[in-house]
Design a protein around this ligand. Structure first.
Ligand SMILES: [Fe+2]
Ligand SMILES: [Fe+2]
Length: 290
């Protein structure tokens, strides 16, 4: 992977507020209804699939940004230190919460085939340069950030879900929108180039979409919903309907391909609003200095 950028490094000094780590205060002990997402089997299966991928994926993001920070020259390290600490704290909290959520899915008889596949791929990624780790992380963070933005703007995807589960997903979504720039900025600061940024984005996009679909279908098969014709109508609505994922995410997905793209160019207002209106759902955690 070449070390130089084909165009100037963008201004990385955007004034983002410091990343706050928040402990979620919602009840994750009470078992989940089988179709917890508004009684919609397809939407439930899709969000369950996403949740299955988070613990292993987010541990990799943590490893990538930590390795990226360690690879920076001392003068640049100081600028990223607090941001990386916040990023790691947020992702570690997400892992913990989704581990608890996923334990319910396991008890319901669902089987996670996605995260072992991710783990096998990441063994190969970890043999590469740290810029590749960060390129994979930045690309995946773009996916989580645009999905987060959609969930915060359009209530349809979580319509009818129990309030505690809506809170869990929207808390996670808000923090994904908050830390969307960290891996991208580290990639650029370490000299990651455009060619590899896009190449890794296409690879991540292929794996993310096909794995999400495979695990969703597998979840529907395990719970028997695939036999109901209504499930496929729900699937069509969820993916291609008026507030469906494909039309909503198509343009933001393309944004990442622009040479002048930066994650901070996208609006973050919904995330800030959600966090301000739902302060009773979490408590900020004091981060250790250093
Ligand atoms: Fe996360
Ligand atoms: Fe993230």
């Amino acid at each position: 992977m070449p070390a130089t950028l084909p165009h100037p490094v963008p201004d990385l000094c955007h004034t983002a507020p410091p990343l706050v780590v928040r402990r979620l205060l919602v009840d994750l002990a009470t078992p989940l209804p089988r179709h917890w997402n508004g009684g919609d089997a397809f939407r439930t299966a899709l969000f369950n699939a996403l949740s299955m991928s988070f613990p292993v994926g987010e541990q990799f993001f943590i490893d990538a940004v930590r390795a990226g920070l360690a690879a920076l020259p001392a003068e640049q390290r100081a600028r990223f230190q607090a941001e990386v600490r916040g990023f790691v704290g947020q992702e570690a909290t997400h892992r913990h919460v989704h581990d608890r959520f996923n334990a319910h899915l396991q008890r319901q008889g669902l089987v996670d085939h996605w995260s072992p596949r991710i783990a096998r791929r990441l063994v190969r990624v970890k043999t590469l340069n740290v810029r590749a780790w960060l390129g994979v992380t930045a690309a995946t963070e773009h996916f989580t950030a645009i999905l987060a933005e959609h969930l915060l703007r359009q209530p349809a995807q979580l319509a009818g879900a129990e309030p505690r589960l809506q809170a869990m997903w929207l808390w996670h979504a808000s923090e994904e929108a908050e830390h969307r720039s960290t891996a991208f900025d580290l990639y650029r600061t370490l000299g990651g180039n455009e060619r590899w940024r896009l190449r890794l984005f296409y690879i991540v996009s292929w794996h993310f979409c096909t794995d999400l679909l495979r695990q969703t279908l597998h979840n529907l098969w395990r719970d028997g919903s695939w036999r109901q014709p209504g499930t496929w109508l729900q699937g069509w609505r969820c993916l291609f309907g008026r507030q469906g994922l494909v039309p909503a995410l198509w343009a933001p997905w393309h944004d990442y391909r622009r040479a002048d793209f930066h994650p901070a160019q996208r609006e973050n207002a919904e995330a800030l609003q959600w966090l301000a209106r739902h302060a009773d759902c979490y408590t900020p955690v004091q981060q250790p200095a250093g």
